[in-house]
Design a protein around this ligand. Structure first.
Ligand code: CA
Length: 292
């Protein structure tokens, strides 16, 4: 039986992105990148709160010491959930005003990884950065076009990463102690009609869930064989990211975009930019918090 996908919020977000489950608060954070919005969705009440963070926001993670961390157009920042104060902590691309941060997540040691892209999506203009717990920043990869999904294997020994325009998912040996990555290799290859890989989550069996932009789907991939194990179709083509959440981590939340849609596209996809959810029959794993 096909997995039923439910529309939770008909948000019409321009670029809905960055879903992240907060286990402590039992809420879902997500962002609407170019409209400068951080959202908090509470599945218990169905309420969604949007806050303007003052500049494009690529992703959000939970900060262990309280509040949130954001990857903004102009750097890594902390966010106070009570005062809504945004404080820039590091801006590794102050010299590249046409770039903005996009997707990112924390690694098992609590470092915050996020990558950049040119707002105009110029090929190779972005980089992948790592904000360490002492707030120092390292540039980990260059020649990145659209920095996107990033997750770590269940044994913490492998990092999986997506640069969308490369149309693949790559794996790297990952050293928890230092954060160093090595031995880049392609583990999932995208072919015509599948869309491009965007955001990504990992499940409790170590399989990857990849949001496939312009592919109207989220697929479950086996990174050891490169095979697609399952496909969940959505009523929107611009599928951007996914994250496991809910009390049992058995709900897959899925964000979408509506950028570049014509009036005709809107007739075909009236819920573009919406927030969706489904129960894929497998659980996720808790995400890591920023320890700086
Ligand atoms: Ca993305």
């Amino acid at each position: 039986m096909a997995v039923q996908v439910e529309l939770l919020l008909d948000a019409h977000a321009q670029i809905g992105e960055g879903p992240l489950w907060d286990e402590e608060q039992q809420v879902l954070y997500w962002v609407n990148i170019m409209e400068n919005l951080l959202h908090i969705y509470d599945p218990a009440t169905g309420e969604d709160q949007a806050m303007d963070v003052g500049q494009p926001v690529g992703t959000v993670v939970v900060r262990g010491s309280g509040g949130l961390m954001l990857a903004l157009q102009h750097g890594f920042a902390s966010f106070d959930l009570h005062t809504h104060q945004v404080k820039i902590l590091a801006d590794p691309e102050a010299h590249l005003p046409e770039n903005r941060f996009n997707d990112g997540k924390c690694d098992p040691a609590g470092r915050f990884w996020a990558g950049t892209m040119a707002i105009a999506a110029t090929k190779g203009a972005g980089s992948l950065y790592c904000l360490d717990t002492d707030l120092s920043v390292r540039r980990m990869l260059g020649d990145i076009s659209i920095s996107n999904g990033i997750v770590w294997s269940l044994d913490h020994g492998t990092m999986y990463y997506i640069d969308s325009l490369k149309a693949d998912v790559r794996a790297y040996d990952f050293e928890v102690q230092t954060g160093n990555i090595a031995n880049e290799r392609v583990v999932c290859r995208f072919t015509e009609g599948m869309g491009l890989p965007d955001g990504m989550a990992i499940d409790a069996e170590g399989m990857l869930w990849v949001a496939q932009y312009n592919g109207s789907r989220v697929c479950r991939w086996n990174p050891h064989t490169g095979q697609v194990l399952e496909t969940i179709m959505l009523p929107v083509s611009r599928v951007t990211a996914c994250a496991f959440g809910g009390a049992d981590l058995d709900t897959l939340y899925i964000t979408s975009a509506s950028q570049g849609m014509s009036p005709d596209d809107w007739k075909k996809e009236p819920h573009a930019g919406g927030l969706f959810a489904c129960k894929p029959g497998v659980r996720g794993v808790p995400t890591f918090r920023f320890k700086g």
